[in-house]
Design a binder for this molecule. Structure first.
Ligand code: UD1
Length: 429
C-alpha cells in the first residue's frame, strides 16, 4: 500500500487549482439514470470515487465516454458523457456499494425510471453508523413498496411514483438528493421540508432543471418539485470543490503560508473563511478565486461547531483541528453531524498535538508551538487530509500510510502541494 512522506516546516506559497466537487459530481452522475438520452458533465474531478460511480452506472447499462478536458484546458477538469438508453440491471451490488456509500444515490433515479431497484445497504462506515432510513422512508412516502431483505433495499412501484410532502426529521444531503431526483419523474408535486441546502444539493437541482425538471426553492430548506413525464439531455459543469479548496486553505494557514486558490468560490466557503479570519488569517477574494495569507501571523484558537450548510462543514472538521493544534490558546471543536468522527485525534496526538475528547462529540485542542513528524495512519478521507496538513507544518519527517483514502477525494494532492514548495512525495510499495 502506498504511503506519503512529508518533510514539514515549509510555508506553502503559490497557486493551487481547485477541481469540480466530488460530492456534487457523484449525484450528478446518478442523475443520468433519469433519462434515455445523454447527460454531459464537465469540470469532473479525476478521483477513485468517480471511477467507482462510473463502474456502478456501467453495470446498470449506462454508456460512458470520457471526452478529454473541459474548455479552459489545464486544470479545468474532465468532460464525461453518460447515456442510460437502456437500463439492463436495476441491482446495485454489495461489492460496489460497500466501497462507496454514495452508491445509494442510484436508488431514487432507478425507481423513478424503472419502477424498481435493488440496492445493497451500505454497511459499516469509518465515521459512524450512517443509516439510510431517511432515503427509504422518503421513497415509501412517494408510493414505493419497500422491503429490506438479505442486506438489500428492494423498492418497487406500479406505474409512476406519486408526489407527497416529506418532512425530514434531520437534515440529510444524500436523502434530499435521492428524493429530489425521484420526485422529478413522479406524478404531481413533492415538497421536501427541512431539506439540505448544501451547494452540492443546489448543483444537482440546477442540473435537473437544465434537464427539464420543475423545481422551486433551490437553496432553501423547502424544495418543491412538480413531476414531469420525461426529462431530456443536458450539459452541466460541476461546481468547484469547496472542501478541496478549504483543505488547501487550512494547509496554507497551518504552515503560515500564502496561496491563491484558483477557481475557488469564496461565497460557498463563508463559514470556513469566518473561522480562518477569527484565527488571524487574511482571506481575500481575488479575480480568480481567493487568497489565503497567514505568513508571519500568530494564529489564535477558535471554537468550531459543525452544522448543516450554511454552518461549518463536518468535512472540514479534521483539517481545522490540525490548524488549531498549532494555534495559540485553546479551541473547542464540536462535531454534531457524525458520531465517531474524531479518528484523526490519536494520530494528531502522535505528532505532539494536545487534544482531549469530551463525551465523544467535543474535543478541546490546546495549541503547541510546533508539531513533530511521526508515522501515522489515515482512517478516512478527511482525517487523512488533516494528517497531511499536520505533516506539512510539523518539524521533521511524517509518513502517512493507507493513502488510498486520499485518492477517493483529492486529485493530484502531492503534485499540488509540491508546486507550492512542500517537501512531499508518494512512496509506491
Ligand atoms: C454527504 C457527503 C459527506 C458529508 C455529509 C454531511 C456526499 C457524497 N457525501 O454525506 O461528505 O460529510 O453529506 O455534510 O455528498 N442520516 C440518517 N439517516 C439517513 C441519512 C442520514 O440518520 O437516512 C444521518 C447521518 O448518519 C448523519 C446525518 O444524517 O448523522 C447527515 O448525513 P447526510 O447528510 O445524509 O450525509 P451523506 O449524504 O451520507
Amino acid at each position: 500500500m502506498d504511503r506519503i512522506r512529508i518533510v514539514g516546516g515549509k510555508p506553502l506559497r503559490g497557486t493551487i487549482p481547485v477541481v469540480g466537487a466530488k460530492n456534487a459530481a457523484l449525484p450528478l452522475m446518478a442523475a443520468c439514470l433519469l433519462i434515455d438520452d445523454t447527460l454531459t458533465l464537465s469540470n469532473l474531478p479525476h478521483l477513485v470515487d468517480i471511477t467507482t460511480m462510473a463502474n456502478l452506472l456501467a453495470q446498470h447499462g449506462v454508456e460512458l465516454s470520457l471526452n478529454g478536458d473541459s474548455p479552459g484546458g489545464g486544470h479545468a477538469g474532465r468532460v464525461l458523457s453518460l447515456t442510460a438508453r437502456t437500463i439492463v440491471n436495476t441491482t446495485a451490488p454489495y461489492d460496489l456499494v460497500r466501497k462507496m456509500r454514495a452508491s445509494v444515490l442510484v436508488l431514487g433515479p432507478l425507481v423513478a425510471r424503472c419502477g424498481q431497484a435493488r440496492v445493497s445497504l451500505p454497511g459499516g462506515c469509518a465515521i459512524g453508523t450512517r443509516p439510510v432510513d431517511l432515503h427509504v422512508k422518503g421513497l415509501a412516502r412517494l408510493g414505493a413498496e419497500i422491503e429490506l431483505a438479505e442486506g438489500y433495499i428492494e423498492a418497487r412501484v406500479k406505474g409512476r411514483l406519486t408526489g407527497a410532502q416529506i418532512i425530514f426529521p434531520q437534515v440529510s444531503v444524500g436523502a434530499t438528493e435521492n428524493l429530489m431526483m425521484a420526485a422529478t419523474l413522479a406524478e404531481g408535486e413533492t415538497e421536501l421540508v427541512n431539506a439540505a441546502r448544501e451547494p452540492e444539493v443546489c448543483d444537482l437541482a440546477h442540473c435537473l432543471v437544465a434537464m427539464g425538471a420543475d423545481i422551486e426553492g433551490i437553496g432553501s430548506d423547502t424544495i418543491r418539485i412538480r413531476g414531469v413525464d420525461r426529462l431530456h439531455s443536458a450539459h452541466y459543469a460541476v461546481v468547484p470543490d469547496r472542501i478541496e479548496a478549504g483543505t488547501y486553505a487550512v494547509a496554507a494557514a497551518t504552515t503560515r503560508g500564502d496561496i491563491e486558490l484558483v477557481g475557488a468560490r469564496p461565497e460557498l466557503m463563508a463559514a470556513m473563511a469566518k473561522v480562518l479570519v477569527e484565527t488571524g488569517v487574511v482571506v481575500t477574494p481575488t479575480e480568480r478565486g481567493c487568497r489565503i495569507d497567514a505568513s508571519g501571523t500568530d494564529l489564535v484558537g477558535v471554537d468550531i461547531m459543525t452544522e448543516p450548510y450554511p454552518g461549518f462543514p463536518t468535512d472540514m472538521q479534521a483539517q481545522m483541528m490540525a490548524l488549531m493544534a498549532t494555534a495559540r490558546g485553546a479551541s473547542m471543536i464540536t462535531e454534531t453531524i457524525f458520531e465517531n468522527r474524531f479518528m484523526h485525534v490519536p494520530e494528531l496526538m502522535r505528532m505532539g498535538a494536545q487534544i482531549n475528547i469530551h463525551r465523544a462529540s467535543s474535543a478541546i485542542v490546546r495549541g503547541v508551538p510546533k508539531l513533530s513528524g511521526a508515522q501515522v495512519m489515515a482512517t478516512d478521507l478527511r482525517a487523512s487530509s488533516s494528517l497531511v496538513i499536520a505533516g506539512l507544518a510539523a518539524a521533521g519527517e511524517t509518513t502517512i500510510s493507507r493513502v488510498y483514502h486520499l485518492d477517493r477525494g483529492y486529485e493530484r494532492l502531492v503534485e499540488k502541494l509540491a508546486a507550492c514548495g512542500a517537501e512531499i512525495e508518494r512512496i509506491r510499495d
